[in-house]
Structure formats: C-alpha cells, structure tokens
Design a protein around this ligand. Sequence first.
Ligand code: RAM
Length: 504
Amino acid sequence: MKDRRLEFIQTAEKYKPEIKMERVAPVSGVPTEALKDNDSVVFDFGNHYVGYVRLHLTSVGSHQDAPAFIKIKFCEAERELHEDSANYQGWISKGWIQEEWIHVDVLPTVLELPRRYAFRYVKVEVLAVSGKYSLVIDHVEADTITSADESRLVACAGLTDAEKRIDEVAIRTLRNCMLDVFEDGPKRDRRLWIGDLRLQALANYATFQQNDLVKRCLYLFAGTADDNGRVRSCLFTEPVIEGDDTYMFDYSLFFIDTLLNYYKTTKDMDTVLDLYETAARQLEIAKESFDENHVMRDSDVLGWCFLDWNLGLNKQTGAQAVYVYSEKALIELANIVREHGSNLVIAQDIEAMKKDVVLKTEAARTHLYDEEKGLFISGENKQVSYAVNAWAVLAGIWDAGKNKEILQRLMKEDTAEKMVTPYMYHHFVEALMACGERKKAYEVMIGYWGSMVENGADTFYELHNPENPFESPYGSSIVNSYCHAWSCTPTYLMRKCGLTKENL
Ligand code: RAM
C-alpha cells in the first residue's frame, strides 16, 4: 500500500469549511446593578452557543483604587452553575472546566476573553473591588460560530410536539459541534473522534447535508493513520493536523462504515477509490485480535474497545460483533469498488471476507452465546449487557427472529449491565429497529432523549443516565459535556428511518 497520507491531508484541507459568525447577547440582566465583593450575576443567552465572549465593564463611586478581581464561569447546562470546581478530583484534566479568574486593573474596559467557550449561561462573581468603588457590567456579547449552514435545513413534516422539540435539540447539538471538523463536544474534548463522526455524518445527511465536511474528516483520518496503516481514535487540527496516540478496536473499524455511508449518500466514487485501501487495512489489523477459534481475545486495558462509557462493561463480545458488522460493510464497499471496474479488489478478496464472516459468526454463536439464558455473554465472568447484545443483533449473528427474542429477554434481564451514553442508546434503538421492534425503538428514543428535554436540555448530553444524574466516567460530572455530537441522532432516526409516531 503506497503511503498517500500527505496527499490525503492536502485533500482534506481543500474542504475546510467556512465558519459563520453570529453576534448574540444575553436575554436579560444588563446593565447590572453596582456590584460589590461576593455579589454575583448570571447572564442567560437563551440557547446553547459556541464562541468568544466580551464583557463591557465600568465602575461607579470614587476613582477605581484597586483592581477588580472577578471569576467568570461558562456553563452549557443550568446544573453546572451549582457545581464547585474546587471539589473536582476526576482523572481527566481539570483544565477543561470553563472558568477564569481575572484581575482588571483599569475601568472602564472591554474584557475580551481569548478562549472559545461552549455556553448558555455566563456567571460573573465579584471576588474583590474596594470600599470606594463598585463594578458595573454594562453589556455582554458573544461572537458565536458554527460551520453549519442553517439555510439548508428543511422542516420535517408530521412530527408531534415532543418529536419536534427532540429534533430541534438534536439539530442544535449537531450544529454546535460543526466547526472546523465535526467536533465531539465544544466544551470537551473539542476534537474529531471517529465514533462521533460516524453518527454525526448520519445526522448531517438528514439535515444540513454538508457532505464535504464528512469527506474532509474521512481524509483527515486516512491522512493521520499510523505507519502500520491503522486509523487512530481521534485527531487534532491545531496547531497542526496530528493523530492522537490512542486506538480503540471498534473506532478504527468504524472508518469502513463511515466511508460506506458517505458513498451511499453522495455516490462520490473518487473518494471511495482513494480511501478503500485504508478501510480494508482496518479489517486486516483487527483480524489479528482473534484466537485460533476465531474468538476475540479479551483485554482489561481501559478503552481497548469503546462501545459505551459504562466502566463495568466487558467489551469482548461487542468487539467480535463490531468486527462482523464492519466486515459486512467492507464486503459491500468492495462490491461497489469492483462493480466500478477498479482492480483495487479482486473476486477472491470478497470470497475470503465472506468466509471470514461465517467463521466469526459461528464462533460467536458457539463461544459467546449462552443457550440457557438465550443471551450473548462477554468476558471471563460471562457478563450480560445491553451493549454487547445490541451489537450482536446489529452484526446479525443470529437472524431477525432470534434477534428479536434476544432483545426481548434482555429488556427483562435485571442483571444486565445498562447503557450510559446516548451513543450506546442510539445503537440499541437501531438494534430494535433491525429486528422489527419499531414501537419499542420509538419508546426508547422518546423516553431517553425526551427525558433530557424535560431536564431543560438545549443540546443533548455526552452522558445521561436517567437513574443517576451524576453519572460520569471521569470521576466527576463537572467535566461532562452537555452538547455532545454522538447524541444528535434522533434527527436521523426520525427523518431518515421514519421513527415517528405517525409511521409506527
Ligand atoms: C469521550 C469523547 C468522545 C468519545 C470518546 C470515546 O471522551 O468525548 O466523544 O468518542 O470518549
């Protein structure tokens, strides 16, 4: 395989999106009263935004005889206003917490904050002024950005009020993650992850249809593959384009399905011809993770395979299923390439993949399925979980009839490990649809995403466990993201898959 990474990055750069700017101000609260030590104000912008904030500050009373010392906090969701970062003891950087402590020596001034924030609320606390003067915030404004072009949006007919609200919030989530690339979350981690991209692309095809942004991201992943050809889990675009040194079994494989869906939507054959080898390489590499019985080797390394952010989840069977799912996608892609007349794929390649699908499927049936329970199990402790059963259904390890029974049993199995992210809920909904359980799929979608709307969500969250509002894999929910790309799929489920009340 020829090293074309530089060329791929150059292609990606040709599709850099135009960034659109909108100036917005809080819906109320300015100018403030004269603020003294320990006073605080919250500015509500009325919706979730991503951008750069300016505060117009002045003083009243005698001449400003001491610096104004203020703390500014940016919150995506109302609950963040009440969280105290001093209590943060999580395992990912507290640098993500959106707050600043600033001394202002001379008033009046326009305080321009250099960072980009994701916010609806801005809270200002006065830590110190002096006995001789008070601080007044005259005006607050933000230059907000997105690369989404809202003029491309068309309304979706026939939605109930609840569906309409879920659709709006989903689209707002996608819009605010559409920047230079499809970011995962504008608060955190502000980078391009392939698991998120795969779902964002689906939602984008159903809404903004900015397919060149998907193309750019595919080329970026291919251009930052490592020397062995492996696609990394995520990548950075600043200061220069660089792949992260993390890999996840399922994420590398998702390059295949993302490329296939992109082709099905755009019929852009040139991109498929450019990137087919990168896609095929992901399967070759993943194949090395099986034992002699065609069973996935398990691992206890955190994040070796993602699936969901439930930290107690065993990934073995899920990884096997994602492999089969991806191999089927690669067969589809290989057929497209062959039908086009390209010699990138020969008939034997496709035959070999078909045989491999059978081997891995049979191995899953024999070694990873518990006949007595009628459910897939995973790992040494034979764990039952929503994640691996949903993925086994999506991979078609059994036929639709048996899959339906599996999901019905799963929903009655109290000991099954639950899902904590909208990302995994999306796959569960897809699995229900795949075996004809559309009504249940609809109920899960409306119940889960609807409960975020009931919480007051303007954008959908990275994590949401209705049973535990403080759910976080990071050791504290303070660093959770409340506008997270992978949660934007209800707009796809409703618009593209017809998962609406009207269509049940
Ligand atoms: C989180 C990121 C991202 C996801 C990874 C696996 O840290 O926010 O959305 O793809 O996990």
